[in-house]
Ligand binder design. Structure first.
Ligand code: NDP
Length: 314
């Protein structure tokens, strides 16, 4: 019997994995979704008790200190420390409990700031990341380093995935600390209710590849079951599906039914202008995978946000 322990099980990606697994429950796999209420993964003893309780054969490590551009700029030390502590405890416990496979998460924002595009899996360590997220990026890069150390020394099957920007239900919709799509959905909602303009921070020009959490969940489940390389794999929509922040804002307006004024505030930081990632490796494995169309995914997310406004993270 396979037991997959999913850390960060109550977060954006964790909830999506739960939803996809619930749609077609596997006969020979138990999936356990742990939240921070079940264990504080920065604390070794607390994390160990979780492993003792479930005796996982596989671990999908999603828990992390995660935040948007402005939160990353403000709390670099905490982003480094919390993520490194969680990762180190997970590595230690996977080894102690002889876990057969560990899948952890990197992010495209951990790649070098000065690079050529599209970025691919071989380029992670080729130069310093963007200064805005140094703490998070260096902590996440260590996942790949330590995966290889375990493989070389002990033959462990520890690997990582590299999602691009994720969005969907159960996201953190905080305007100050959240990522761009949930933050903009919340702002647009406020603008609609107050009759004020919808103000988008930055020029609207940066390009991003966004992946819907449900699509990512399906891909992560595939990685847990079938991907057998220590080297990371980028989980992203195709390069042709890149959109500007202004397009994102307009898609949100349409989904929300907002007909007021949209203002782009160029006095605020833009972050990296683009971070186009290649999904060629993923496409070699899964050439026919169908991603949910962007506007459809935004609509589903906006409708969920409106229906659950009272209880969403914000
Ligand atoms: P969320 O913030 O939605 O979920 C992360 C979860 O981690 C939270 O549910 C939180 O639990 C849990 N967590 C945080 N600290 C601790 C702790 N000390 N002990 C136990 N659990 C903890 O993030 P996402 O679902 O968006 O991210 C999942 C993974 O994907 C992360 O590794 C992230 O780095 C990566 N990623 C995310 C991207 C994105 O755009 N969101 C982009 C690329 C990569 P609780 O809520 O109970 O506090």
């Amino acid at each position: 019997m396979t037991t997959v322990l999913v850390t960060g099980g109550g977060g954006l990606v964790g909830k999506a994995v739960q939803e996809v697994i619930a749609q077609s429950p596997p006969a020979n796999e138990a999936w356990v979704f742990a939240t921070s209420k079940d264990a504080d993964l920065t604390n070794y003893e607390s994390a160990k008790a979780l492993f003792q309780r479930h005796k996982p054969t596989h671990v999908l490590h999603l828990a992390a200190r995660v935040g948007g551009l402005f939160s990353n700029m403000k709390y670099k030390v905490e982003f480094w420390r919390d993520n490194i502590s969680m990762q180190e405890n997970i590595f230690r416990l996977c080894k102690e409990f002889e876990v057969a496979k560990l899948v952890s998460c990197l992010s495209t924002c951990v790649f070098p700031d000065k690079t050529t595009y599209p970025i691919d899996e071989t380029m992670i360590h080729n130069g310093p990341p963007h200064n805005s997220n140094l703490g998070y990026a260096y902590a996440k890069r260590m996942v790949d380093v330590v995966n290889h150390l375990h493989n070389e020394q002990y033959g462990c099957m520890y690997t990582s995935v590299v999602p691009t920007n994720i969005f969907g239900k159960h996201d953190n919709f905080s305007i100050d600390d959240g990522h761009v799509i949930p933050g903009l959905i919340h702002k647009c909602y406020n603008a609609m209710n107050s009759g004020q303009p919808f103000v988008v921070w930055g020029s609207g020009k940066p390009l991003r590849q966004f992946i819907f959490s449900k699509d990512l969940a399906a891909l992560m489940i595939w990685v847990v079951r079938h991907y057998q390389e220590v080297d990371p794999i980028i989980l992203s929509v195709d390069e042709a599906s890149e959109v500007t922040i202004e397009q994102v804002a307009r898609s949100i307006c349409a989904a929300m039914g907002f007909q007021g004024e949209l203002v782009l505030d160029s006095s605020k930081a833009d972050g990296q202008l683009k971070k186009t990632a290649s999904n060629a490796k993923l496409r070699r494995y899964l050439p026919d995978f169908q991603f949910t169309p962007f506007d459809e995914a935004v609509k589903e997310t906006v409708e969920w946000f409106k229906a659950n406004y009272a209880t969403v993270r914000k």
